[in-house]
Design a protein around this ligand. Structure first.
Ligand code: DGL
Length: 273
């Protein structure tokens, strides 16, 4: 019965849709219940205490509604609150940092991994820890890239300004022989074409970009299969549903989400946490 429940996905706002989109691409027959805490976004520069409190509220709301597991799409929450959520909740909780770290270690030849993320994620040391538990040789060079979130929120993802911002954050990685750059924030995959072009120019054509959301969807698929938790309609070709909840401005969320997911999103529920 539990396998029939949706996968709960939450983020500080709309950025987590990059993760939801990857889950949908890989597991189209699953139902997804998405929660974006749009009233309190951004989380990236807040204290650990506040982020833990906010993420507990988000997780509780999804659990109340009935989900079979939780995917914490937000890197900042995954960096500082995952252990608390796992200890408190009676269901599997998957974050984005561990899958991102695994994919980065697998992709790097120089064993130097660059991570772009919010100030909170970089300060937490979560990526270096996750990489160190997977490889004794690999090292992480982390850079907070605070300007990229507002650029994505503005929809300003191509052209001179995003390219200059990306160059500013990627250039210091060149001195460290980095050959893999992890997009360690929900919003950055929206800038992927720009970031990829800059990474190729600054770090060389062999350098790779790793999207932690994509790596998470791959790990989620393996997780569900290993535990017989896939939706019973898996293999039938019948698409699952995606429902969305936000804590503020459902209409503007619906507009951005439609653009983002490439199909109309008409119902976004306003909830209180
Ligand atoms: N969702 C956040 C993350 O992935 C970015 C936006 C925010 O700061 O809340 O780190």
């Amino acid at each position: 019965m539990r396998a029939r429940l949706p996968i709960g996905v939450f983020d500080s706002g709309l950025g987590g849709l990059t993760v939801a989109r990857q889950i949908r691409r890989l597991l189209p027959e699953e139902d997804i219940l998405y929660l974006g805490d749009t009233a309190r976004v951004p989380y990236g520069a807040r204290s650990v205490r506040t982020i833990v409190r906010y993420s507990r509220n988000c997780a509780r709301k999804l659990v109340e509604r009935g989900v079979k597991m939780l995917v914490v799409a937000c890197n900042t929450v995954s960096a500082v609150a995952l252990d608390d959520l796992r200890a408190e909740l009676d269901l599997p909780v998957l974050g984005v940092i561990e899958p991102g770290a695994s994919a980065a270690v697998a992709a790097s030849r120089t064993h130097r991994i660059g991570v772009l993320a919010t100030a909170g994620t970089i300060a937490s040391g979560a990526y270096p820890r996750a990489v160190a538990s997977r490889s004794t040789r690999a090292e992480v060079v982390g850079r907070a890239a605070p300007l990229l979130v507002p650029l994505v929120e503005e929809g300003w993802v191509e052209g001179e300004v995003p390219t200059l911002a990306a160059e500013r954050y990627v250039s210091p990685l060149a001195a460290h022989d980095v050959d893999v750059v992890v997009l360690g924030c929900t919003h950055y995959p929206v800038l992927r074409p720009t970031l990829e072009a800059v990474v190729a120019r600054v770090l060389g054509a062999a350098a790779r970009v790793v999207d932690s959301g994509e790596a998470t969807a791959t790990e989620l698929a393996a997780f569900l299969a290993a535990r017989a938790m896939q939706h019973p309609r898996t293999g039938s070709g019948v698409m699952g549903e995606m429902k969305m909840m936000v804590t503020d401005r459902p209409q503007s969320f619906a507009e951005v989400a439609s653009r983002f997911l490439g199909h109309p999103v008409d119902e976004v529920e306003l909830v209180d946490l």
